[in-house]
Ligand binder design. Structure first.
Ligand SMILES: Cc1cc2nc3c(=O)[nH]c(=O)nc-3n(C[C@H](O)[C@H](O)[C@H](O)COP(=O)(O)OP(=O)(O)OC[C@H]3O[C@@H](n4cnc5c(N)ncnc54)[C@H](O)[C@@H]3O)c2cc1C
Length: 247
């Protein structure tokens, strides 16, 4: 029984692109129709597999960007220069085109709306994707769990979900950190996340928050190290690494 459930969950399913939205000039949200999708938790990811006409296959992981919504599944893909899969998904891949998806994958980097502890979300670049699924899951469940989001990005133009995040939400506190260019009129200079940032913008360690950190590998490791140095319980720090950073 358990084996059937597991193999069923990880079966490849054919998804077709139903809609898309450009988040930035280089990042696209893809909404798929995925019949038979078993559902997922905010924070989980999927494997996406492309097959070329000559049978060549490429497979990559992508985080689910939205909470469960029937047979609809949403991903946001950042185009990486010379990236085999991301250039296709953010370029020629068109409405109605098929792709194979399996999942959901990952149970540790997941947030359940029944969890009452405060939540700290720390995103680096496209690492915002699974954290946005958590913010959306909180809203969909109508719970008031206190959330803080610290979103590090290179420039204001690279922000994903800008309109949605601009709308104030009670109990969701957002801090932006810009590493290359500040929004017009914002005082200070660009900088990376550091001890001072997390000391000011994160929950104090004694609040016992659960932290979810996601982004390029080096970013995630730096942020996790700082949280631990500030006294956060390492068992409450959950991380997801997207891969190399070109910064
Ligand atoms: C659990 C998990 C979840 C992920 N979720 C997302 C997501 O929600 N959205 C998203 O856009 N990506 C996500 N990724 C990254 C994604 O899986 C791919 O690595 C990325 O799309 C690049 O694949 P590619 O085929 O286009 O590039 P490749 O052809 O594999 O690589 C091309 C070049 O880009 C570099 N590169 C590879 N991966 C990255 C990267 N992540 N960042 C910067 N440079 C890279 C390579 O070193 C190489 O030089 C996730 C990764 C993991 C492990």
């Amino acid at each position: 029984m358990a084996r059937t459930a597991v193999s069923g969950r990880l079966a490849w399913r054919v998804a077709r692109l139903a809609e898309f939205r450009d988040e930035t000039p280089t990042a696209r949200t893809l909404v798929f129709d995925l019949p038979g999708w078993p559902g997922h938790l905010a924070g989980q990811h999927v494997d996406v597999r492309l097959t070329a006409a000559d049978g060549y296959r490429a497979q990559r992981s992508y985080s689910l960007a939205a909470p469960v919504n029937g047979d609809r599944v949403e991903l946001t893909v950042q185009r990486v220069a010379d990236g085999e899969v991301s250039e296709h998904l953010t370029g020629p891949y068109a409405i109605g085109d098929p792709v194979e998806i399996r999942g959901p994958i990952g149970g540790w980097f997941a947030w359940r709306p029944t969890n009452p502890e405060p939540v700290l979300l720390i995103a680096g670049g496209s690492g915002i994707v699974p954290l946005m699924a958590m913010i959306r899951a909180r809203r969909a469940a109508g719970v008031r769990t206190p959330f803080k989001l610290i979103y590090s990005l290179r420039t204001p133009a690279e922000q994903y979900y800008a309109d949605e995040l601009r709308t104030p939400v009670a109990g969701l506190d957002i801090t932006y950190v810009y590493t290359r260019e500040l929004p017009e009129g914002r005082p200070g200079i660009p900088k990376r996340i550091d001890v001072a940032t997390l000391n000011t913008a994160a929950w104090p360690a004694e609040f016992g928050a659960t932290s979810f950190i996601c982004g390029p590998t080096a970013f995630v490791e730096t942020a996790a190290d700082i949280l631990q140095a500030l006294g956060h319980d390492p068992h409450r720090i959950r991380t997801e690494r997207f891969g190399p950073s070109r910064d």
